[in-house]
Each structure stands twice: as structure tokens, then as C-alpha cells.
Design a binder for this molecule. Structure first.
Ligand SMILES: O=C(O)CCC(=O)C(=O)O
Length: 318
């Protein structure tokens, strides 16, 4: 088995500690089975739920924008997403840039794909819609994501919310695939206080940045897959997850998306919904990336910007 890292910590990849995500496409048209599996496992993994070409169109739409700000090696095909360090990021309106990613038509077609909405309509037994805010992620070589549950970030409305993680392209494990901690009965008790928090009011940090230590405490295997364009991973607000670090030997960036879904007739979390969602505050922009730009809040993902939407570099790192 290849060596895998998360938060720069090497995972144990023997069969007791690591496994493949269970696929659910064979029960796609059986909502009661989907509901039971989601309840039991905390996730549903569908291979090829979406059309590969539709997903690759969204990939291209987003990568073109990253190419414009100099984040892609211009000597290589854009679709290869080979990283190049950019000086332009500090000069652009990052707020507008990030919004242009979220608003792209090909990307929105993926987020609101009828096949994906149908899964959630079956799970929630009613009309559903995605949150107005969406999270396209460009993860450079060496980057990843802390371990967390989505609950504290999404819990101001109904509790009945689900997340979808969608690779926008093929994403092998070592290229930064998402990983889920296999659900165990004891997780509910261990997560009780964490899940009661509100990420913004309580200013929480990641649940953990050490997948090995967390696994010893929580038990359960880390589960992941070599994802392909068209695959979708759906999971609950209580599901412990993180990302494998992007260790691409060819400097390929990982492009993926996360989005949230709930019933239209239940209360929405105002942070992520409405015509101009406030997210984690109007002075911050969702722009995941490590330390070459100084971060304060939410560590890697939210960057402070000034009144022009430009990255603020005047703050000392914590
Ligand atoms: O893509 C990632 O690195 C993290 C995604 C995530 O945390 C989520 O989908 O909730």
C-alpha cells in the first residue's frame, strides 16, 4: 500500500486501520436502504453518479480562473492543474475571484445536478435545495485539511443537513482524497460537546490535526478511495472526516467541491444562505491554502481581506 499522510502525519494503512469506502450505487433507487445505510455508516459513496464530461466541464471552468491569476503552470495543459506559485493573488480582488468560482455555470450544474438532488429528496422525503454558498477547493501540493465534523459550521438552521464532497476530476488518495472515520457507537458520546458548538460564536479549531492520535481515541478505520470524475460522497453533519494530504509527485493540484443540502421547508443557516451570505464574516474569504499567505482565523481556509477584497498581509500570524 502506498504511503498516505494527513496533516503531515503518516497514516497506518494496514487493514485494521485503513480501508476503502463502501459503494452505494447498487441501492441508488431505494431511498429506504439509502436512509438506513446513511444512518448506520454516516456516509454514502456513489461511483459515477454524475456524468464525467459534466464534471470535467466544471473543472475546466474553475481551472481557467486559477490560470488567470497565475496559479497554474502555463507551459502545461490547463486540465493537468500543475501548480505554479503566483504573485498575483495578493493584487486581485480575492472576494470577487472566489465568488466567480462559486457562481460558475458549469460548476453550479454539478452542485444542483438532478441525480444528486434526487438522492437527498429520497433521504429527506421532501423537496430539497443546496445551500447558496458552495465551497470549490483548489488544494496545492503539500496542502490538506484538518479533521472535523461539519455540524458546528452548519448548525444554525435545521439539523437535517447533508454534505456532498465531489472530486472535480480524478483524485487518487495520494492526491488529496477525502477520508472518513468509520462510524463507531462511541463516537456519539465523544463528539457530544464538539457538535454542540457553533464554529463562529465559539471560535473552534479543528477537531484534530493528528489522524493517528484521533483514531486511537475514537477507533474505526480511516476510509477513502481513488476518486474519479463523476463520483460523489455524501455524509452527515456528525461524520468525522478530513483529507489526505496532496502528495502529487507531479505538482498536480487537487480540485474538488463541498456543498450542503437540506429540505426547502426547514430553517436555513443564515451564514451560508441568502443573496449575500455572511459566511465567517464579510472581512474573510474562502481561499484554502497554507502558510505562504498569513492566516488568522480558521487556519487554512479563510483569509482576511481589506475593503478592496485584497488579501490583508498586515496582520501577524498567530
Ligand atoms: O476537501 C477537503 O479538503 C475538505 C472537505 C470537507 O471538509 C467537507 O466536504 O466538509
Amino acid at each position: 500500500m502506498e504511503r498516505l499522510f494527513s496533516n503531515k502525519v503518516e497514516l497506518k494503512t494496514d487493514p485494521e486501520h485503513f480501508g476503502e469506502l463502501t459503494q452505494s450505487q447498487s441501492i441508488l433507487d431505494q431511498p429506504e436502504l439509502l436512509r438506513a445505510r446513511m444512518e448506520k455508516e454516516g456516509y454514502l459513496f456513489f461511483r459515477g453518479l454524475l456524468g464525467r464530461d459534466e464534471v470535467l466541464a466544471a473543472r475546466r471552468e474553475i481551472l481557467l480562473k486559477y490560470a488567470i491569476i497565475g496559479e497554474l503552470d502555463a507551459t502545461r495543459p490547463i486540465d493537468d492543474a500543475i501548480h505554479s506559485r503566483s504573485d498575483a493573488i495578493e493584487k486581485v480582488n480575492l472576494r470577487a475571484f472566489s465568488q466567480s468560482l462559486r457562481d460558475g455555470l458549469a460548476y453550479r450544474r454539478i452542485i444542483d445536478h438532478p441525480k444528486l438532488l434526487k438522492v437527498y429528496e429520497g433521504l429527506l422525503e421532501g423537496e430539497v435545495r443546496s445551500f447558496d454558498f458552495r465551497w470549490p477547493r483548489f488544494v496545492r501540493p503539500g496542502e490538506g485539511c484538518g479533521i472535523h465534523c461539519d455540524g458546528p459550521y452548519m448548525n444554525r438552521g435545521t439539523e437535517r443537513v447533508f454534505s456532498s464532497w465531489i472530486p472535480l476530476g480524478d483524485v487518487a488518495k495520494h492526491e488529496g482524497a477525502l477520508m472518513i472515520l468509520e462510524k463507531r457507537d462511541e463516537h456519539e458520546r465523544l463528539l457530544q460537546r464538539y457538535l454542540a458548538k457553533d464554529a463562529d460564536r465559539d471560535k473552534i479549531e479543528w477537531l484534530s490535526t493528528n489522524p493517528v492520535v484521533l483514531q486511537e481515541k475514537f477507533s474505526g478505520r480511516w476510509l477513502s478511495a481513488d476518486f474519479q470524475a463523476g463520483d460523489v460522497l455524501c455524509f452527515t453533519m456528525q461524520t468525522v472526516h478530513g483529507a489526505l494530504d496532496n502528495m502529487s509527485p507531479i505538482n498536480k493540484c487537487r480540485l474538488s467541491s463541498d456543498s450542503r443540502y437540506q429540505r426547502t421547508d426547514e430553517v436555513f443557516d443564515e451564514r451560508w444562505n441568502g443573496s449575500d451570505p455572511e459566511a465567517h464574516g464579510y472581512d474573510k474569504v474562502f481561499f484554502p491554502g497554507l502558510g505562504q499567505w498569513r492566516n488568522r482565523d480558521f487556519k487554512d481556509e479563510w483569509k482576511p481581506v481589506d475593503e478592496h477584497g485584497r488579501l490583508r498581509l498586515d496582520e501577524e500570524p498567530q
